[in-house]
Write a protein that binds this ligand. Structure first.
Ligand code: TMP
Ligand code: ASP
Length: 235
């Protein structure tokens, strides 16, 4: 499988056409942005880590948690073949512990553990700054059908159940994460985009040290080391 013309360049990945109309190749970059692209930088080696972590976790989710994904085949350190989807323009965020925008918006100290996970949707629209919306807004905006929203919620909680236990066994607390879903040409909903330290908050279970992109967002230093550390816990 070879790259044909570039279809799209995002903040962290490039997407290429292939000679199969149902398949694309994504190529992970070391570029990092935060705050809707206001902050820019490079995290050396990030592309390789995000590619490999996302592929490994998606294969496990498909086989062991019953969540279908876009993953097809890892081609190289940075390049992966995925099924072509039309992205549902929702950022689906699950939280187990208060952090980030939840702490800021609702005045809750970071680290407060919830009795049960929360789910929230943002309308994926850079011009609008990805505003928080509810299910009814998503329907009014025709971003997804009621059935698709139910499927997306079911899969998102299944991802949380699986990944929370997976990371716990490796000494890592899964604080929160963001998922994106897509539709295959026949309408099937599958997990798309990536699952990586860019899109999840990971805390060391012992020290509570941050092992994710918050080190970049908040200028905490040790960004590359944190990505290497969390990658080292994968198996
Ligand atoms: P938040 O607390 O800033 O809303 O972030 C919640 C989770 O979503 C966190 O794990 C980081 C992830 N995230 C993304 O993947 N992309 C984004 O653009 C943002 C804002 C958050
Ligand atoms: N990737 C996002 C951006 O640049 C934000 C983030 O992950 O914090 O807007």
């Amino acid at each position: 499988m070879e790259k044909r013309e570039q279809l799209y360049e995002g903040k962290a990945k490039k997407v290429f056409l292939t000679d199969d109309p149902e398949l694309l190749i994504v190529s992970y970059k070391d570029d990092a942005t935060a705050f809707n692209g206001l902050k820019k930088g490079t995290i050396t080696g990030k592309g390789v880590i995000n590619n490999k972590m996302s592929n490994l976790l998606m294969q496990k989710l498909d086989k062991e948690a019953g969540v279908p994904t876009h993953f097809v085949e890892e081609l190289s350190d940075r390049d992966t073949v995925v099924k072509k989807v039309s992205i549902v323009p929702l950022e689906v965020i699950i939280r187990n512990i208060a952090a980030g925008s939840f702490s800021k918006n609702y005045g809750v100290e970071e680290g407060v553990v919830f009795d049960q996970p929360t789910i929230e949707f943002s309308y994926k629209n850079d011009d609008l700054g990805d505003p928080l919306i509810n299910d009814y807004h998503a329907l009014a905006l025709k971003l997804a059908t009621p059935e698709e929203i139910e499927t997306i919620k079911k899969y998102a909680f299944a991802v949380n159940d699986y990944l929370k236990a997976y990371w716990k066994a490796r000494g890592v607390i899964l604080v929160d994460f963001k998922l994106e879903f897509g539709r295959l040409s026949d309408g099937t909903i599958v997990l798309a985009d990536e699952i990586s330290p860019d899109t999840c908050r990971f805390w060391d279970a012992e020290t509570k040290e941050k092992l994710d992109k918050d080190r970049f967002r908040r200028d905490l230093g040790g960004v590359e080391d944190a990505y290497a550390e969390i990658m080292g816990r994968l198996s």
